[in-house]
Design a protein around this ligand. Structure first.
Ligand SMILES: Nc1ncnc2c1ncn2[C@@H]1O[C@H](COP(=O)(O)OP(=O)(O)OP(=O)(O)O)[C@@H](O)[C@H]1O
Ligand SMILES: [Mg+2]
Length: 257
């Protein structure tokens, strides 16, 4: 919950999400995000990160509790131009014949004139290193290019909140570095779900750790990611840059083998 006087962009209020065939996937999640805040969402495979993003974006319904953006409830099935979701699987997101059509789809759906939608898409493609591929069929892109096209599609919407699901997966080193620089320069609030904990450390002052559909920790990134017993208990490892190193070499100083 946000404190008195603080401004809240996103608020999860005791959110539970379930599927008839599997029971609860998310249980009793409460969280708030301020405008412009960047938060890393970490946790093991199956923890519920993608499910949480789909619920926030209104793709999945809540079972109990709710999601509010700037105080207003988010309902499943609504078009929410203020929330930009980058899907974990690029194939779930890209559906237009060409790259430029796909990336300008969001701005066009906002009702922007064609020229402005195209200008936004062109800029987003440039930010994502895809200039020159505007007219390429999306199914002719490489895996990393598809991922970058998905990110460009979300950036072109210029939403208040970006939900980035494994944004660095499939990116080469240079494109990963470019992505970090682009995201670091953006004013929007972001939730970044990632197993790339170094990226999370670079971009997010705050980290939320989830496991088995529940929030297990929520605090400063270095405190959460640097807490070895906590990380170990939830199938994670303290990232390399927070691991003490032996001065004589590059051996990690660990208490256990
Ligand atoms: N379409 C679906 N139908 C039923 N259960 C699902 C579906 N999608 C995901 N689940 C289940 O919900 C749980 C949470 O999955 P989710 O995809 O949210 O995890 P995640 O934290 O994003 O994992 P990963 O790190 O592997 O991406 C898992 O147990 C998963 O098997
Ligand atoms: Mg996922």
């Amino acid at each position: 919950m946000a404190g008195p006087g603080s401004v809240t962009l996103l608020e999860l209020d005791a959110l539970s999400v379930g599927r008839p065939e599997y029971g609860a996937v998310l249980s009793d999640m409460s969280l708030s995000l301020a405008p412009g805040e960047r938060v890393g969402l970490v946790g093991p495979n199956g923890a519920g990160k993608t499910t949480l993003f789909h619920t926030i974006a209104g793709v999945l319904p809540a079972l109990r509790g709710g999601v509010r953006m700037t105080g207003k409830p988010v309902s499943a099935g609504q078009f929410r131009p203020d929330i930009g979701l980058v899907f974990q699987q690029a194939e779930d997101q890209l559906f237009c014949p060409t790259v430029i059509e796909d990336v300008s789809f969001g701005p066009r759906n906002l009702g922007l004139p064609a020229a402005e939608a195209r200008a936004r898409a062109t800029r987003a493609l440039d930010q994502c290193g895809l200039s020159g591929l505007e007219d390429r069929p999306v199914h002719h892109l490489s895996g990393g290019e598809k991922r970058r096209a998905c990110i460009a599609g979300a950036l072109a919407l210029q939403p208040d909140l970006l939900l980035l699901d494994e944004p660095s997966a499939a990116l080469d080193m240079r494109q990963r570095r470019r992505l970090i620089a682009v995201l670091a320069g953006m004013p929007q609030a972001m939730l970044i779900a990632s197993h790339d904990l170094e990226l999370v450390l670079e971009l997010c002052p705050r980290v939320v750790l989830i496991d088995q559909g529940r929030i297990r920790a929520d605090g400063p990134a270095r405190a959460v990611l640097g807490n070895a017993p906590l990380m170990d208990a939830h199938g994670q490892e303290v990232p390399h840059s927070l691991t003490p190193h032996h001065p004589a070499g590059h051996l990690h100083v660990r208490s256990s083998p």
